[in-house]
Design a protein around this ligand. Sequence first.
Ligand code: C5P
Ligand code: ZN
Length: 455
Amino acid sequence: MLLEKSKELVRDADRASEELQSYSGKVRVVAHYDCDGISSAVIAHELLDRSGIPFDISFVDELNREVLEEIVEESDEDLWLFVDIGSGQIEDLEELLEDEKVFIADHHEPSEGSVDHHLNPHLHGIDGGENISGAGVTYLLARTMAEDNQDLLQYALVGATGDIQKEDGKYLGLNESMMENAVDKGLVERKKGLKLYGRTRKSIIEAFKYTTDPYLPGITNNEPGAVQFLSEIGIDLRENGGWRSLDDLSPEEEREIVHGLITKGYDVEQLLGDIYMLDNGWEIREFSSLLNACGRMERPEDGIRICLENDFDLAENIKRDYGRKIGSYLSFLEDNLGDSDVVQEFGNGAAIVAEDNIHSNMIGTITTIAQKSDILPRDVLVGLAWKDEEHTKISARAKDEVVENGLKMNELMEELSERFDGEGGGHEAAAGGKIPREKEGEFVQAFIETVEERR
Ligand code: C5P
Ligand code: ZN
């Protein structure tokens, strides 16, 4: 069934590729600035470059009319390729790029209208929310452009990982087949083991200390506890003057840790599973959060460079800057917990009114961390930060219990954003939106009232 439907998508890709190959001008690529968008841009970069087609890439964090008008104004290309964005803005594209060729490779819900080539799983009854990423769709185009482009498949999976298109650690639908294919081709290595976040990039101690899912009492957020646990098992934590990562351990040592965890009564089932290693040596989740950081730091071009040039000094540099930025925003929040202009507490929730103290790109990340750490571990958190002169970006987060009780953040954000002349949506536990800045106060009041009423 899925194969049948995906054949139609592949046929669309074939047609697009045919037209692209016979095009002799320059292409304007427009990509979303998140991990999936950067992965899509890497694929677009290579598919064009390898075919000798000149191009320029623009990154956008959203594609509303204003943003689109601005890029159209500064560009004179006759062919536009939108990746991981564009499907929801067909009408604007039809109007503003009436005389140009428009190609879209995206997986977001399509709006009404048509462009020259629209590659989107939804058009063929495939769920773009979990089955395939924007990078996956862009890969379908690359694959039909040239046989040699098959190495780009790994970026399709990096994009899917960035968009969290997994359930219980398993890729679904087309992502699953793409992953099988990537493993068969040797582009991704699959192994079994402790799938703690930070497996390749963090010390063993940190990997354990930062494990929150599942929460490991006595180890999570408890460095001495983590050190003691590992020392009791007899694991050498250092090697050649540096800290060892989980990935540096021998299979025997890893098994001993698993035994140690079982003996202590921890739920190891959740900690064991498939680990996917990219051929650049990074574990796929860590690489996708690196690309995510590039986007959030407004350095998506550096993400492309890291992918194509394996520039890992640059990668470390971005991760460090990103870590510092998060640290400083968290300090701001901690310093202002008692200031009711910044943190408005209610029932078992809180609103973070950050204004311009937290960048709107980062308010979602900060709200998530605040909720998951001991800074503001409330059932419902909403963060607001100024986006531009006129708008406020909003991120809402709810714990699983809240969602299970029927209070869904996507529904709430859709409803309230609309009520205050904005737009919003997302997932049950994590949703976002944008409203006019002058409606901020009213929005917060309505948010608090609605949550209090419904929970
Ligand atoms: O930006 P934030 O991390 O809060 O977004 C959470 C989720 O809400 C994301 O999946 C995002 O795509 C979605 N969202 C949305 N509409 C918006 C803002 C965010 O659907 N205007
Ligand atoms: Zn995406």
